[in-house]
Design a binder for this molecule. Structure first.
Ligand code: MLT
Length: 279
């Protein structure tokens, strides 16, 4: 198990764990999860990398202020943590909402990014229908609490196979979601619904990028993610078998292997080349 570190950054307490040595990889979780969704990556990658998992504001052991959240706030928090740890540049892994935050980070501070892993996410902005759904979900959270959000989200987050047969994963995901505060859930929903379309950014991403998707992901369909990868110049696309939206929890072996192979390849490359930065 990893140890929690906390610091007061941007007016709130933020929590993260930092395990292992060598190249830092920063993991940004999905909605409505927390950093413990990355336990299989902490267990499987720490022997080779410095694995830093962050509780985004509103989640886990970080504060969940009852206030407006934006993707920009999440980015400022992440940069605050990196400054606290004196990390100038890192590889970032973002799953779903974590991916939306990575697009914002890349827009705001590309020099921080050594390479990107975009998992089960999408570049497009919300449709008006999705925005309406986010509003009703915030009302459900307000009226019936986080466990009602777990009931709503589980069928989207996990593949039918995981829902039926992986009771360990299903119970873990439910427990994480149920632990959320309503302020954090509503904050995320507001931040996600106002995010811009990142499609125009894709062709300007000039760092090595791995695009990963669970083959049964219904929230970020594989065909859409493959198209997204096609717009990113130095990208690799990997489908994770036997997994839905939370591919890192549903098939950690394949997810970790994809990360190791991607990072190993660009480590070899960077022995001969300086890190890529947007000018
Ligand atoms: C997530 O897993 O972070 C959510 O599915 C993202 C979203 O609701 O758009």
């Amino acid at each position: 198990m990893s140890i929690t570190t906390k610091a007061h950054i941007n007016g709130i307490d933020l929590a993260w764990s930092d395990t292992g040595q060598a190249e830092p990889i920063i993991f940004l979780h999905a909605f409505p999860m927390n950093r413990t969704m990355w336990e299989p990556q902490v267990a499987g990658l720490t022997h080779r990398y410095r694995v830093i998992t962050i509780d985004l504001r509103g989640h886990g052991e970080s504060d969940a202020p009852l206030w407006r959240y934006t993707l920009g706030h999440f980015v400022e928090d992440i940069i605050g943590i990196l400054d606290h740890l004196a990390i100038a540049q890192a590889t970032f892994v973002g799953l779903s909402m974590g991916g939306y935050i990575l697009f914002a980070l890349y827009r705001m501070d590309p020099a921080r990014v050594r390479s990107l892993v975009l998992a089960d996410t999408r570049a497009t902005a919300d449709t008006s229908e999705t925005r309406a759904t986010r509003f009703s979900m915030a009302q459900v959270a307000y009226r019936r609490g986080a466990s009602a959000i777990a009931d709503l989200m589980l069928p989207t987050l996990l593949s039918p196979h995981s829902l039926a047969h992986r009771t360990d994963v299903r119970d873990r995901v439910r427990a994480i979601i149920t632990g959320n505060q309503v302020s954090g859930i509503a904050g995320d929903l507001m931040a996600m619904e106002e995010r811009p379309d990142s499609t125009p950014l894709l062709s300007r991403i000039n760092v090595p990028t791995l695009v990963i998707v669970g083959e049964d992901d219904r929230a970020s369909p594989p065909a859409e993610m493959e198209r997204m990868a096609g717009h990113i110049p130095a990208s690799t696309f990997v489908r994770i078998p036997h997994a839905g939206h939370l591919s890192n929890m549903e098939n950690p072996e394949a997810f970790n292997a994809a990360i190791c192979s991607f990072c190993g390849r660009h480590e070899e490359r960077s022995e001969h080349e300086p890190p890529v930065q947007e000018g």
